[in-house]
Write a protein that binds this ligand. Structure first.
Ligand SMILES: Cc1cc2nc3c(=O)[nH]c(=O)nc-3n(C[C@H](O)[C@H](O)[C@H](O)COP(=O)(O)OP(=O)(O)OC[C@H]3O[C@@H](n4cnc5c(N)ncnc54)[C@H](O)[C@@H]3O)c2cc1C
Length: 415
């Protein structure tokens, strides 16, 4: 049965949900307060990440976070605040960062990533789009043996789950990136990963939706809601009131505040990250993470992107030049001939990753609102999980059996 569905938020999660809902024959509207050109879904590293099996809330992260709090160039930073939501999120993060909970999450994260990668491949092979998608894997460069050994331990878990991973010597790495002067001791090579140019795909997806009858409302913030008989009834923007049978909450880092309007509690903190685009040829051909610096490097269409930092410091888009410089410095340290220009650094952009405390997204309906599907909290994997989330949202709204079990993503779960 065709339903009228309104999606609040048009990042990768909102647009992918619109795509699969439209394919199912629903009448879809997407409303976003932005103009569809900026934010996390545009500035990310573009990785499709079956390799990222370990959530941020892993044992040891709290100690690292405390240590890094005093370093203005650190890749992970938590700004302590006397804010109730932040304090509750931090407590839930701490409770999630146990060996047993992480071990339980790992196969779930892997399965949804593999499912999403297959959907990206279907999109790539469909006639709907023509975007760059390369399946070249992901290299983890290390300079210290300690970082290499740590990553190899994670790799062994990935291998046990069926992923193909290799431990490469310095000479082997140099062989697969022959035109780049590397300053590394070796790399762990995950063959499972792919990469894209996010801005390009976002534009194509929006255009496709507009051409296929999806109504896209830009620069309109949903400011208020009306509830009728326990269901979400009307969304209010400055310009209009919008009603529908079903709604999707895909408001990324803004989701916790929005959900409060409906008495739903989904802990989400914004994790700010930065990216720098280097237009000069770098000769880098394979996506890479610079392990010690936690910087992601991606060859994209027409440029190389250097992305990094996870700053849990509330919702703001202030660019901290020290952290941008730290990303550039790391690039220049691992690639001997690389020089990142001041202009590239001045043009750095940031985006907010919507982080749940346990590293799993929220996908599904809360018992507090039966016609609202929540789709957020994807943290470092939102790009990768866009299609899987969109497909699951669409199946949920269409009363179909979901392609994957979604209980672990329940918005009402306790931590
Ligand atoms: C530097 C960086 C690198 C990253 N690298 C990767 C990567 O390589 N791979 C990966 O998988 N992920 C990566 N991520 C994470 C990924 O980008 C995010 O998880 C993902 O973009 C989140 O998508 P979203 O649609 O949930 O949120 P967003 O993209 O933030 O979209 C939410 C939208 O909701 C709108 N909105 C909010 N409130 C309202 C309202 N009240 N009314 C109307 N509209 C509203 C906002 O304007 C926004 O457009 C990275 C992120 C960063 C910052």
């Amino acid at each position: 049965m065709s339903k009228k569905v309104v999606i609040i938020g048009g990042g990768i999660i909102g647009l992918c949900s619109a795509y699969y809902l439209q394919k199912e024959g629903h009448q879809v509207t997407v409303v976003d307060k932005s103009d569809f050109t900026s934010g996390a879904s545009y500035v990310n590293a573009g990785y499709i990440t079956p390799s990222h099996i370990v959530p941020l809330s892993a044992p040891g992260m709290i100690t690292k976070g405390i240590k890094w709090m005093f370093n203005s160039e650190s890749p992970f930073y938590v700004k302590p605040r006397l804010d109730n939501d932040f304090l509750k999120w931090s407590w839930a993060f701490k409770k999630s960062a146990t060996k047993a909970k992480v071990a339980k999450s790992i196969p779930i994260i892997k399965d949804i990533n593999i499912f999403s990668r297959a959907l990206y491949e279907d999109l790539k092979n469909s006639k709907d789009f023509d975007f760059s998608y390369d399946h070249k894997g992901l290299l983890m460069y290390y300079q210290t043996e300690k970082a290499g050994a740590e990553e190899w331990n994670t790799a062994k878990k990935a291998i046990a789950l069926g992923l193909q991973v290799k431990n490469l010597t310095k000479a082997e790495v140099q062989k697969i990136e022959p035109d780049v002067a590397l300053n590394v001791n070796g790399a762990i090579y995950y063959h499972s990963d792919a990469h894209m140019t996010p801005n390009n795909f976002m534009q194509q997806l929006k255009r496709y939706l507009e051409q296929h009858g999806v109504e896209i409302l830009s620069n309109e913030e949903v400011e208020d809601v009306t509830v009728l008989a326990g269901k979400l009834h009307i969304l209010k923007t400055k310009k209009r009131s919008i009603t529908a049978d079903e709604f999707v909450l895909a408001t990324g880092s803004w989701s916790q505040n929005f959900a409060k309007k409906l008495n739903i509690n989904i802990p989400v903190q914004a994790g700010k990250g930065y990216s720098i685009n280097v237009k000069k040829e770098t000769n880098i051909t394979i996506p890479t993470i610079l392990m010690e610096a936690k910087v992601a490097v991606t060859p994209m269409e027409g440029f190389t992107r250097f992305a990094g930092t996870m700053e849990i410091g509330g919702i703001n888009h202030t660019i901290n030049p020290k952290r941008v410089n730290a990303i550039a410095k790391a690039g220049e340290l691992y690639y001997r001939d690389l020089k990142i220009s001041d202009i590239a650094k001045q043009n750095a952009k940031c985006g907010l990753r919507p982080c749940s405390p346990d590293g799993l997204p929220y996908i599904g309906k809360s018992i507090h609102c039966p016609n609202l599907t929540i789709a957020t909290g994807h943290a470092m994997m939102g790009w990768s999980l866009g299609p899987a989330t969109g497909k699951l949202v669409s199946e949920n709204i269409s009363d179909k059996k979901t392609s994957l079990e979604i209980d672990s993503f329940h918005p009402d779960r306790r931590f």
